[in-house]
Design a protein around this ligand. Sequence first.
Ligand code: SAM
Length: 387
Amino acid sequence: MKNFINLINNAISDGTFIKCAFSNPRKNDGFKKITAAYVTINDALYIQFTMFKDNKAFHENIDLENMSSFINSHCVGFKQIQFFTTLHDYHILVNKKGEATIKAKPPTQKLPIAISHNRQKSYILDTPSSAPFLKALDIMDANEKIKPSKYDKYKQINRYLEIVSDVLEALPNDPIRIVDFGCGKSYLTFALYHYLNTILGRKAMVIGLDLKEDVITFCNDLAKKLRYNDLIFQVGDIGHYTTDQQIDMVVSLHACNTATDSALEKAIGWQSKVILAVPCCHHEAYTQIQNDNLEPILKYGLLKERIAALMTDGLRANILEIIGYKVDVIEFIDMVHTPKNILLRAVLKTSASFDTLSYTKYQNLCDTLNLDLSLARLLNLPSDHLI
Ligand SMILES: C[S@@+](CC[C@H](N)C(=O)[O-])C[C@H]1O[C@@H](n2cnc3c(N)ncnc32)[C@H](O)[C@@H]1O
């Protein structure tokens, strides 16, 4: 999959291909540029290649089955390729040895409507290359249909990957190192690895950490079965996890109570470029929260629980911003699936200093609600961060 021709072939067979352009030829005696886009001729789909030479344009209409052999014979020898799919924009640079550096960004182009009717697929995992992965996770049956009972899970995984696709630009060059804290049975960890390595052709090295030995054994066996060689699962407690590697992205989805705070503390300590966290049960704030003016509402246990959860997540988001991250608070999946659906997506800013004014506001709100939350304590705010 490192090979860009495979990437283009996959996009054609997946129905996600929109167009591409090969430019900057290594030799001067051939075509200066070649573009490729869909064209319909008598209701049949073709790829129209337009080749530019000596201020003239030559067209060839190639059927989809013969597209890759056409590319192999006519489109090699270019240093630069712009390649657009419904899922990503790719910018590919090819060196003298023919090795490609592939950068993926969120998509900016759409398929023309007439073509999208029979080509466009709606999910990131709606690709033939995802079938072995989906079968191994028991989401897809032997006939390559999503099992009705697993459809919600399928949608959730795709939604997660869409959220990841929005932060691709913030990730560094390969290899990307990722830790998934409290990975559990790891549907989403496997999906993240599959997306980055198989679908996007990046090199992502992923570690999943969880307290449960049996779950970790299960995940390591599955990673072996799928030949996901850079996906490793370890037993351990988030709070005690150490590594001497730079971790570029930290994920923590539904880790219990203050385990999310430990995950955020680790990520901030490593200055990870991207953090994705979906907090889960918020016992800490529930046991602390108190405010006489809110008493008429806090007396209802259910509402107190919801308010404690919202305050904790809002305050966590504030801390990330105070420390230097740009934070989005977004819905992970709709409320029908789970009330634990708030995702904090944080991207490290290039230049950031401790935001003292926002910290004062944070502290005022904590005082108002009688909260003394783990994340601020773990980070020893503000003293460890004031320059
Ligand atoms: C609700 S599951 C979520 C699993 C997965 N991330 C997901 O979203 O499907 C929470 C997991 O976090 C793990 N966990 C909780 N506290 C932890 C800690 N301190 N260190 C490591 N794992 C932890 C639990 O063992 C459990 O497997």
